[in-house]
Design a protein around this ligand. Structure first.
Ligand SMILES: [Fe+2]
Length: 257
């Protein structure tokens, strides 16, 4: 049968919506309760909706009973601190799964390439229902930062780099595209990330805010791109070597046991 997907995301896997141009009080993200939750860099997360309305960030499939990333339960104490953010996540009227603010400490393009990952948004998602994608609303005005998207983790061809000023709004099929943020500066970046179920509600929302599935990539000097690519390869090789060494040691320990 297959999943219900957005036609707008079919070609490139992402759309950039109109900028959100109303100022939001930074207290809406700074005063939230955060969990240490490492994902793609030095991060913490403040959930607005979670599997059972607790302030925790685990995938819904890790709970009992396990379920897919839909029907998130809003967390009243957090929603009271972040009413605008909550309203923005609810605006499309699409089913919401995980919804949280990410806090990301500054990093580099090379870090970002090493952090590239695909999300596990559709585990246990029943066939024939809506494919889960993610909305990203940049909250801080990170004018030197950008989101990196690739179809293949280690292949730079076709890489897209999307600017992250305050108010940037993206919808991305993050299970399809490898993604991470390069965040320059001295202060953390804050971004609201919402899991939405694809369907007519999300399609209407993308249309309302003029989603475009191509964007001019942020210009980065070629030497920075090349150095980042080389560093990504070095770190991936180092990690593989470390894992292999651990595997060898484990094998040795077992044979000696
Ligand atoms: Fe992700």
């Amino acid at each position: 049968m297959g999943y219900i997907k957005s036609a707008a995301l079919e070609e490139t896997g992402y759309v950039v919506l109109d900028r959100y141009n109303t100022e939001i009080d930074p207290k809406e993200w700074l005063d939230l309760e955060y969990n240490d939750w490492k994902s793609s860099g030095d991060t913490r997360f403040a959930p607005l909706a979670s599997a059972f309305g607790e302030i925790e960030c685990n995938g819904f499939w890790n709970h009992k009973p396990p379920r897919t990333d839909k029907d998130g339960v809003w967390i009243p104490s957090q929603n009271a601190i972040a009413p605008t953010l909550t309203a923005r996540a609810q605006e499309p009227g699409a089913n919401v799964g995980r919804c949280r603010v990410i806090e990301l400490q500054p990093n580099t393009y090379a870090d970002c390439l090493y952090n590239l990952h695909q999300d596990d948004n559709n585990r246990l998602n029943p066939d024939g229902t809506g494919w889960v994608v993610r909305g990203f609303f940049n909250l801080t005005d990170d004018t030197d930062s950008y989101f990196v998207l690739r179809e293949n983790r280690t292949d730079p061809s076709g890489e897209v780099r999307i600017a992250l000023p305050a108010g940037a709004q993206l919808v991305i099929d993050t299970q399809r595209l490898w993604h991470a943020a390069a965040h320059y500066g001295t202060e953390p970046r804050y971004c609201l990330i919402t899991s939405w179920e694809s369907g007519p509600e999300l399609d209407a929302y993308i249309e309302k805010y003029h989603g475009v599935n191509h964007t001019e990539s942020v210009d980065v000097p070629q030497d920075v791109l090349d150095a980042g690519q080389a560093e990504q390869a070095r770190r991936i090789a180092a990690r593989a070597a470390a894992l292999a060494a651990r595997g060898q040691a484990e094998k040795l320990a077992m044979s000696e046991a």
